[in-house]
Design a protein around this ligand. Structure first.
Ligand code: CUA
Length: 340
């Protein structure tokens, strides 16, 4: 029996398919390059996760093709006679057996990956504690010569396994450096562990991947993977106490910094500032960003951060110091920039 084929329907299928392809193509292309892309892999765990992702994309695409082919078949080439047994097999096979098999394979392959993402039995090469704060990152590198405190950035040597010990004092965050590996929750009262092994040098970006409050979206951090030598030199510089300001403006900035109570929340090792509430500022001038990945480390952004803290990062615990005279803000910014 000839079937009246509605021409518009096939046109709709084609245009929808074409549009979908364009969207997929655009997403894939935009994700190929990016410091924060899980597909721009630069770590052992990220490679395995991306591998699983592409298998799932390919599998999903094949299943989508099958479903569309079945839909086209049933709409355009509807069989003359009904086959109840065939229909029953199709429903049972396609609706129950096939998904169970696919999900079982995905589950087993996912579980098989997990041992590779755990702490290796022979230990890690490097241990780093990170605490998710509102809304910044408290970072401590554990070294044989003692701990080194910093904030809001992670630097790693290439081809070394870094063990991250993650926690939070109050709300739940999630620590995620997409190009290096999977994410891990930071839970109050617990320490979770994550092993990351960078496989190439480069600049990347980490984020908080769990909604944690007003400035969740402003809780990022730069990640730099370097050679072991560059990493060692950087860590040694971070270990040193803060430089003593020599210029007149920087000295005035330090006085203003201490006089206005900044040291009650911030530490600048080697000075009277020994607060523990906010980020350690001993080497803030050398950091790759300001305000936890929000601003560039420039003089203009430093003054903006000091004067308009709450506007840059809504809900931030640090008060804005916009009420200070402009020359004081300028001097404090110069002092902090000098802390290399
Ligand atoms: Cu911290 Cu979201």
């Amino acid at each position: 029996m000839p079937i009246d084929t509605p021409p518009r329907l096939s046109a709709l299928f084609l245009s929808a398919g074409a549009r979908l392809s364009i969207v997929i193509f655009a997403i894939v292309l935009s994700a190929c390059d990016g410091r924060q892309s899980a597909l721009n892999t630069a770590g052992r765990a990220a490679e395995r996760i991306a591998e699983l992702f592409w298998w799932m994309v390919a599998g999903g695409f094949i299943i989508w093709l099958l479903v569309v082919a079945l839909a086209v078949y049933s709409i355009h080439l509807r069989p003359v006679k009904e086959h109840p047994r065939l229909a029953a097999w199709l429903i049972l096979g396609g609706g129950a057996v096939f998904p169970v098999v696919v999900l079982a394979v995905l589950l087993v392959s996912g579980l098989a990956m997990m041992p590779h993402l755990r702490v290796p039995p022979d230990g890690a090469d490097l241990e780093i504690s990170v605490s998710g704060e509102q809304w910044w990152w408290r970072v401590r590198y554990h070294t044989p010569a003692g701990p080194v405190d910093l904030a809001n950035e992670i630097r790693l040597p290439v081809n070394r396994r870094a063990l991250f010990l993650l926690t939070s004092p109050d709300v739940i965050h999630s620590f995620w450096i997409p190009p290096l590996g999977g994410k891990m929750d930071m839970l109050p009262g617990r320490t979770t562990r994550l092993v990351l092994e960078p496989l190439r040098t480069g600049e990347f970006r980490g984020v908080c991947a769990e909604y944690c409050g007003a400035s969740h979206a402003f809780m990022g951090f730069p990640v730099r993977v370097t050679t072991q030598e560059a990493f060692d030199a950087w860590l040694e510089a971070q270990r040193a106490p803060a430089v003593v300001p020599t210029g007149a403006l920087e000295r005035r900035g330090q006085q203003a910094f201490l006089a206005n109570g900044c040291g009650a929340c911030h530490s600048v090792r080697g000075t009277a500032a020994d607060g523990r509430v906010g980020p350690d500022l001993t080497h803030v001038g050398s950091r790759l960003s300001l305000g936890a990945g929000v601003l560039a480390n420039t003089h203009a952004e430093f003054t903006r951060w000091i004067a308009q803290t709450g506007q840059v990062k809504p809900g931030v615990h640090m008060p804005s110091f916009g009420m200070l005279p402009e020359h004081d803000i300028n001097a404090i910014a110069r002092y902090l920039e000098s802390l290399q």
